[in-house]
Design a protein around this ligand. Structure first.
Ligand code: NAI
Ligand code: MG
Length: 490
């Protein structure tokens, strides 16, 4: 009912009182070395770079820029641990270490959440309720597999691969580190991990935690730096496996670099997922699902629902409700518990998103932006939708990685499937309908690694994740995720 209060709220007449998360408990050092062989060490060439808080553009810390010399040192440390204590350790003991990491992440969750939001710009509600608990859950889940690999691969002997090089992006910094590390360690590998250059801090915190957890030196090494540091890991001859999450462009470069080598690899790349809303769906829930799918976490999600396919008969209703909801979204301080949409991760990413806003309009689409206010300093993008788009438009085909939604309509089931599949990607999708049969038919027709039904962006460590087509190679998570870190013998 429209009481005077909620009418006012709806009109933007009053604001929520700020509810900022304290950062007193979050320790960030002025400067970080590289975590190699169980210690923080200075980079060989003595170079450092700044990581900033994208919500206010202020420097948080200086971080070592790893060179190929540092990568070589890290790979050697990882090899030594593999040939030594970690390789010799009984699987049951190995599992205990992985359990310990899980428990310690949970114990330090408030600190991890605050630092994740400071360094990357994501709302504290997300880092606190999603990123950090899921990171811990991944270690818990894979810890359980460490001494049960014979059940994962019945009749075969699962041997570790050796040294895994892992390169991760900035959208889920701690969670992607967990996705990569947990199965690698559970299977008995050692690791050289490179976090993204804009969000290195939680991976460095995790390195501190791993030292506190008493893992043998060299089992996990964290080498910070940018693309050239990543490339040095990819091409190092002492690395047996590469796991990468990031852009399709870099994924292609890595795939080319690895062609003809014996290195195993998994690539988790981009996406352009469609949320498909049928007329018989629960419309209000669907609208909330669309908002969750593309606007929360600033659309910095590879499986984001960045396209909306809505059945023509309910299109006007859905779009109007969506616009109303967009007006109530709170964009701003990532540390404020009320915030729905935080800061765009970097200036570069904001420029990329802005360029797509231009492209969309030049292509003739109609752009609508929420009128919410955004802070003056920092990198921000208002929730944005494009209507009147054609299937061939770049805003429909290309990954924007921001809070930008392209909306199309459809009449029949087949038209929805045809449009959903008509991009180079195939990572995820969403279907909203009252009919179970339609859900099952849709999951068989849409070529995507994950399809959510009447919900979106739900994750669980037991469930595999990965894409078709240009969205990647291989699966992470669940039983499938073990496969990427073992060699099977008869
Ligand atoms: P990126 O693919 O360049 O970065 C991901 C990681 O790869 C970072 O750690 C980076 O340092 C590293 N890297 C960069 N070049 C490398 C190379 N040649 N060899 C090895 N490692 C390398 O992604 P970027 O530039 O930060 O973002 C660009 C676009 O990529 C975004 O706008 C978005 O569309 C997409 N992206 C997709 C992600 C996903 O989860 N699928 C995550 C991040 C970005
Ligand atoms: Mg940063």
């Amino acid at each position: 009912m429209a009481t005077p209060e909620n009418k006012l709220a709806f009109d933007g007449g009053w604001d929520y009182a700020p509810a900022p998360e304290s950062t007193d408990h979050a320790r960030i050092d002025k400067r970080y070395g590289l975590f190699i062989g169980g210690d923080f060490v200075s980079p060989e060439k003595g170079r450092y770079f700044d990581t900033i808080n994208p919500a206010n553009e202020q420097k948080l810390a200086r971080v070592a820029k790893g060179s190929e010399l540092d990568v070589d040192k890290a790979v050697k440390a990882a090899r030594k641990a593999y040939a030594g204590p970690w390789g010799r350790m009984k699987a049951k003991e190995r599992g205990k270490y992985v359990f310990r990491i899980a428990r310690m992440i949970a114990e330090r969750s408030r600190e991890f959440a605050a630092i994740e939001s400071l360094d990357g710009g994501k709302p504290i509600r997300e880092s606190r309720d999603i990123d950090v608990p899921l990171a811990s859950a991944h270690f818990f889940y894979y810890a359980g597999w460490a001494d049960k690999l014979e059940y994962a691969f019945p009749g075969r002997r699962a041997k570790p691969l050796g040294v895994a090089g892992q390169i991760i992006p900035w959208n889920f910094p701690l969670l992607m580190a967990a996705w990569k590390l947990a199965p690698a360690l559970a299977c008995g590998n050692t690791v050289v991990l490179k976090p993204a250059e804009t969000t290195p801090l939680t991976a460095l915190k995790l390195a501190e935690l791993i030292a506190d957890a008493d893992l043998p030196p060299g089992v996990v090494n964290v080498v910070t730096g940018a693309g050239d540091t990543g490339a040095a890991i990819v091409t190092h001859p002492g690395v047996d496996k590469i796991a990468f999450t990031g852009s399709t462009g870099v994924g292609r470069i890595i795939q080319r670099a690895l062609a003809g080598t014996k290195k195993k690899y998994t690539l988790e790349l981009g996406g352009k997922a469609a949320n498909i809303i049928f007329a018989d769906a629960a419309i209000d829930q669907a609208v909330e699902g669309i908002v969750n799918g593309i606007f929360f976490n600033q659309g910095h999600v590879c499986c984001a629902g960045s396209r909306l396919l809505v059945q023509e008969s309910v299109a006007d209703e859905v779009i109007q409700k969506l616009k109303d909801r967009m007006e109530t979204l709170i964009v701003g301080d990532p540390l404020d518990k009320n915030t729905d949409i935080g800061a765009i991760n970097s200036k570069m990413q904001l420029e990329k998103i802005d360029s797509y806003l231009e492209i969309g309009q030049q292509e003739g689409a109609e752009m609508y932006q929420s009128s919410v206010s955004v802070p003056k300093s920092g990198y921000w993008c208002r929730p944005t939708i494009f209507t009147g788009v054609a299937q061939s438009n770049r805003v429909v085909q290309e990954e924007i990685f921001g809070p930008v939604l392209a909306i199309q309509t459809f009449r029949s089931f087949d038209e929805a499937v045809e449009k959903a599949n008509n991009t180079p990607y195939g990572l995820s999708g969403g279907v909203w309908t009252d009919k179970g049969a339609k859900i099952f038919k849709m999951t068989q027709s849409v070529r995507a690694g994950v399809i959510w039904a009447n919900t979106f962006n739900k994750f669980d460590p037991t469930s595999p994740f990965g894409g078709y087509k240009e969205s990647g190679v291989g699966r992470e998570g669940g039983l499938h995720g073990l496969d990427a870190y073992v060699r099977l013998e008869a």
